[in-house]
Design a protein around this ligand. Structure first.
Ligand code: ADP
Length: 254
């Protein structure tokens, strides 16, 4: 008798790199309190590029900060991989951020006295970890900062500083890269380069990227857009095009 179980096609299981379950975050108390997140359940698949969009004040930053352990939920759960952030002490959350997450913010937060290379490896150096030299080369070449490694931030253009900050976020292959309006301060050419790099980091390097953006062009680089309004997920769009994102924004009434 042959064993037919080997022929069974298993369903593709999507691993979620980060997720929240019935996430609520209230700021303030009493009549002046604000429900920044009002019961959000959403997952961010590993090896995918996901955008979070929505009008100003809809809860995008709060969602990202709560998933990244920079802020804590009032109720509900936030997970990085299988780690429930509420089960961690403040110190353990700091270590989780350092060891498992990468951050790209509009402010590059590069240290002026250090060279580009020193900035890129600083988090690893502080943690006493060794940076994989092959991966380091891959990242700095992909980001076209390989010939700028000895420069200090003041000797770099804004776009170059941004790419150094992204190299720093990726150099330790974090489980999730959280990017908050990463193209907000860039011109359209620098934005396109940055978004292409994030896209390639997902497709070619297997990284997971979650990006807050208000820009439909930026959103069109992603695999999926999650739309928030008033602290709730109101729509999700797979394989978004710029026009589909614009249509959705219009029909959400903003
Ligand atoms: P978005 O990123 O979509 O612009 P936010 O997550 O920053 O939205 O904010 C959602 C809501 O929560 C807004 O009404 C904002 O004013 C409020 N909020 C955010 N952070 C705080 C805070 N630290 N204290 C009080 N209210 C806050």
């Amino acid at each position: 008798m042959t064993d037919t179980t080997l022929d069974v096609v298993l369903p593709q299981v999507t691993t979620l790199a980060a997720r929240v379950v019935d996430a609520r975050r209230t700021y303030g108390v009493g009549g002046t309190s604000v429900h920044a997140l009002d019961g959000v359940t959403v997952g961010f698949p590993a090896r995918a590029f996901t955008a979070i969009m929505g009008p100003s004040g809809s809860g995008k930053s709060t969602l990202m900060h709560c998933m990244a352990g920079l802020d804590t939920l009032s109720s509900g759960q936030a997970f990085v991989g299988e780690t429930d952030l509420a089960s961690l002490t403040d110190r353990e959350r700091t270590i989780l951020r350092r060891d498992r997450l990468g951050f790209v913010f509009q402010a590059f937060n590069l240290l002026a006295p250090l060279t580009a290379e020193e900035n890129i490896t600083l988090p690893a150096d502080l943690a006493g970890r060794h940076v994989d030299p092959v991966w380091f080369d891959t990242v700095v070449q992909a980001l076209r900062v390989a010939d700028r490694l000895e420069h200090r931030p003041s000797q770099l253009s804004g776009g170059q500083q941004q790419r150094v900050a992204i190299a720093r976020a990726l150099v330790e292959r974090p489980e999730v890269v959280f990017a908050d309006e990463p193209t907000g301060a860039l011109d359209s050419r620098a934005s396109a380069e940055l978004l292409t790099f994030l896209r390639n980091a997902v497709d070619d390097l297997g990284q997971t990227v979650v990006m807050v953006t208000h820009d439909p062009v930026a959103a069109a680089y992603t695999d999926r857009v999650v739309f928030l309004v008033d602290g709730l997920v109101v729509e999700e769009l797979d394989r978004p095009t710029r026009d589909a994102v614009l249509d959705t924004m219009k029909h959400l009434g903003r």
